[in-house]
Ligand binder design. Structure first.
Ligand code: SAM
Length: 207
């Protein structure tokens, strides 16, 4: 996994160490064990996916996370990205809208000793204002547009990494940096395809 990420240009030593420390096989379905270390998204419970490792690495790398940082993840899914984040940040709050996935991920993370991660079951398009601001927010599902609620929960200088765009089959992976109280700078990182971010500031469930 680590050499694969290196080959694809990921060089951040702390991030590569986190990928080496967190066993992806503990976050995939039993029938997917033989594919646990493939660089691809895989199906998980409730019709959702565990993201492709390279995309997880790209997003975390772009978020420029420091060991003292307080990080919000939207879209816990299996809990894998939250586990990786827990190895490089001080505290991670991860939001999941599907109660069954939130419970499964919370149990996995507890069993794995990832003690600085808290999973909350809620509509993550609204963020988690109780614990804001965050130095980094990572969104693992695709929004029709960048939710302003999430931008407002960043520290000044904080980074929001999010796939966004009006086409449900194709999005731009964006890095939005908060440069002032009401100022934001946007950069396109890649072209991606994610499952939809469903909620008040995302897609309607019926869509
Ligand atoms: N980071 C995950 C992992 O490591 O396994 C992969 C996340 S999966 C690609 C996207 C997740 O976002 C799904 O579990 C989905 O239920 C969740 N999701 C979609 N809309 C959401 C919302 N409004 N709030 C919280 N979670 C949401």
């Amino acid at each position: 996994m680590v050499s694969l990420l290196r080959q694809r240009g990921i060089q951040n030593p702390a991030l590569l160490q986190a990928f080496s420390d967190v066993p992806r096989e503990q976050f995939v379905l039993p029938e997917q064990l033989s594919s646990a270390y493939a660089d691809s998204a895989l199906p998980i419970e409730c019709g959702q996916t565990i993201s492709q490792p390279f995309i997880v690495a790209l997003m975390i790398d772009a978020a420029r996370i420091n060991p003292e940082d307080h990080v919000l993840e939207v879209g816990t899914g299996s809990g894998y990205a939250a586990a990786i984040l827990s190895r490089i940040a001080r505290r991670v709050i991860s939001l999941e809208r599907i109660p069954e996935l939130a419970d499964l991920a919370q149990n996995r993370l507890q069993a794995g000793g990832y003690d600085n991660v808290e999973v909350k079951c809620c509509d993550g398009t609204l963020g988690w204002p109780q614990a804001a601001p965050y130095q980094a927010i990572l969104v693992a599902a695709a929004a029709p547009e960048v939710p302003r609620t999430l931008c407002d929960q960043l520290t000044i200088g904080g980074r929001l990494i999010i796939p966004a765009g009006p086409d449900p089959n194709h999005q731009q992976l964006l890095c939005v940096t908060r440069t002032g109280p009401q100022q934001f700078k946007e950069k396109i990182l890649d072209q991606v395809r994610f499952v939809p971010l469903i909620g008040e500031a995302g897609w309607d469930e019926e869509d």
